[in-house]
Design a protein around this ligand. Sequence first.
Ligand SMILES: [Zn+2]
Length: 66
Amino acid sequence: MTVRRLFIAGATCPACQLEDKLQLCRDGEREWIECVRCGYQDVRPTEVTMKEPDAPDDSGVVKFKP
Ligand SMILES: [Zn+2]
């Protein structure tokens, strides 16, 4: 299963407090966020705003399901 990773623009990592280090990861069944700097992961429902120029079907907001 390929994991698709998208950087989340403007998102702040709650662990290391740095912006633009979080990625939204999807493997087809699950979605989670992951910090590329400190390795923090979170699967809790959240809402983030992101910039993804290669996603034609995305209005710019990603919503995690509860
Ligand atoms: Zn971090």
